[in-house]
Design a protein around this ligand. Structure first.
Ligand code: FPP
Length: 252
């Protein structure tokens, strides 16, 4: 009886059934479209970022429910510093807001907060909020929620080459014996498997310097929704598409 009053969209949403044996272990997301979302509503761009932060909460909950193990979100790139100062300042305040409102739930859901990127260059209060969240969730065993913040793929690779160089200088190993695995062990993502799935919202189809080494064999899904409109069912829909793909890793 109750279903009679459900709208079509709700009914459709209930139909997304996932193969629970084929959930990507690691999902990476380029959260794009906050500015356009705000512009469409004649609002300031920062309002889009605020709504984008709310989306992070929804998507984190869903990823945790579905059993995703690693969720990496591109929150701020090394190139984003070139945006207007007011916007940068606002984005830098969002982790503080996010964590002050959401940390108790993250703790309750056993989520572990982590970062990749040059966190030491962030404003002090932003860094402090992030470090506190990391410390308070460090023993959690559930979803690992990884914020790529002040992160850039090329900068990461340069950073890794320097670190590798120091390792080789202090060892007998020849550069000729360098392996991909050894190089990977110097990346900021060294504790995580490569993402099986990359999602980018807003319809743009590029990777914008995100995890350029790690995405070599990932499935890419470009979703047309703007990030503030992206919801739990959109995530499930992306996973459903992922599950219909055949991954070949260069083989047949
Ligand atoms: C891309 O949209 C979004 C960003 C550059 C910032 C995303 C940051 C957040 C959602 C908040 C981060 C919060 C935490 C908790 C770390 P855009 O501004 O490029 O959108 P546009 O392409 O439509 O202009």
């Amino acid at each position: 009886m109750f279903n009679k009053f459900k709208n079509k969209k709700d009914t459709d949403k209930q139909n997304i059934e996932l193969d629970l044996h084929n959930i990507p272990e690691h999902i990476a997301i380029i959260m794009d479209g906050n500015g356009r979302w705000a512009k469409n509503r004649k609002l300031a761009r920062i309002k889009g970022h605020y709504e984008g932060m709310q989306t992070i909460k929804r998507i984190t909950r869903e990823a945790s429910n579905i059993g995703v193990k690693y969720l990496t979100l591109y929150a701020f790139s090394t190139e984003n510093w070139s945006r207007p100062e007011k916007e940068v300042k606002y984005i830098m305040s969002l982790p503080i807001d996010f964590l002050s409102t959401f940390l108790p739930e993250l703790i309750e859901k056993d989520v572990k907060v982590e970062t990749v990127g040059f966190v030491d260059q962030l404003p002090e209060k932003t860094r402090e909020a992030i470090e506190t969240a990391k410390a308070r969730t460090k023993d959690n065993q559930g979803l690992r929620l990884i914020f790529a913040i002040n992160y850039g793929g090329r900068a990461e690779i340069i950073h890794s080459v320097k670190s590798l160089y120091h390792e080789l200088q202090n060892s007998e190993q020849s550069i000729d014996d360098l392996t991909e695995a050894q190089f990977s062990s110097h990346l900021m993502t060294k504790h995580y498997p490569d993402p099986e799935l990359l999602i980018r919202t807003s319809g743009e189809q590029r990777i914008s310097n995100f995890l350029i080494w790690q995405l070599s064999y990932s499935e890419f899904i470009f979703n047309s929704k703007l990030w503030p409109d992206f919801d739990a069912d959109d995530l499930k829909e992306c996973i459903k598409i992922y599950q219909s793909r055949q991954r070949r890793f260069g083989g047949l």
